[in-house]
Design a protein around this ligand. Structure first.
Ligand code: SAH
Ligand code: MG
Length: 198
């Protein structure tokens, strides 16, 4: 990967107010993924490709990332960025609404990164669980949403998002097949490991 280009991509994204993954969140994910060396990662919410480019560092040698983005302009920019960062052969972008694209995918993933419409997190979780490998790991970014999720906050235009993020936390916490941690890094990160029953 071209690190110098990555730095430029990051600076431009921050300048353009694109909500890219925060440094502390990325650091935590690196801790989980670098030793794991995933063969296949699924990302929901590409934006301009910043996080996907960062994740290529964690992949096994022949590993790939599938990433989904619905905004055409962002897809165009992501493709340019991926090319500049010299990681084209490691990232597949799917353009469209993840709610429509996910049910068409049938790959097995070692890691899933959920980072798109907060109101759809419970649906994204269901799809992630369908495609995750045993020993896989599911991350959900922005899970604490500026602190709204753990406060008694409930009367705002963002309440659907907050309700669905709470629903996500409830589901991953109650699912006996998962071992979940909620970390206060960045905007909140949920980490759910698939329990190995063997
Ligand atoms: N993962 C990126 C940031 C993603 S920002 C990074 O860290 O670099 C969230 C992105 O998800 C936005 O670009 C938004 O357009 C996209 N998005 C939101 N809802 C979506 C959906 N239902 N399907 C596909 N993309 C979606
Ligand atoms: Mg995010």
């Amino acid at each position: 990967m071209n690190k110098k280009e990555l730095q430029k991509i990051k600076e431009k994204a921050l300048n353009d107010n694109i909500p890219i993954i925060m440094d502390d969140t990325l650091e935590v994910m690196e801790k989980y993924l670098k030793e794991k060396k995933p063969k296949r990662i699924l990302e929901i919410g590409t934006a301009v490709g910043y996080s996907a480019i960062c994740f290529t560092d964690f992949l096994s040698e022949d590993g790939v990332i599938d990433t989904i983005e619905r905004e055409h302009e962002r897809v165009i920019e992501a493709k340019e960025n991926i090319k500049k960062a010299e990681v084209e052969e490691k990232i597949n972008i799917f353009e469209g609404d993840a709610v429509e694209i996910l049910p068409t995918l049938n790959n097995k993933y070692d890691a899933v990164f959920i980072d798109a419409a907060k109101g759809k997190y419970p649906f994204f979780l269901k799809e992630a669980l369908r495609m995750i490998n045993p020993n896989g790991i599911i991350f959900a970014d922005n899970i604490l949403y500026k602190g709204y999720v753990l406060s008694d906050y409930n009367k705002h235009k963002q309440r659907t998002a907050v309700r669905n993020l709470r629903e996500y936390i409830k589901e991953v916490s109650e699912n006996p097949e998962l071992e979940t941690k909620i970390l206060e890094v960045g905007d909140g990160l949920a980490i759910s490991k698939i329990k190995n029953n063997t």
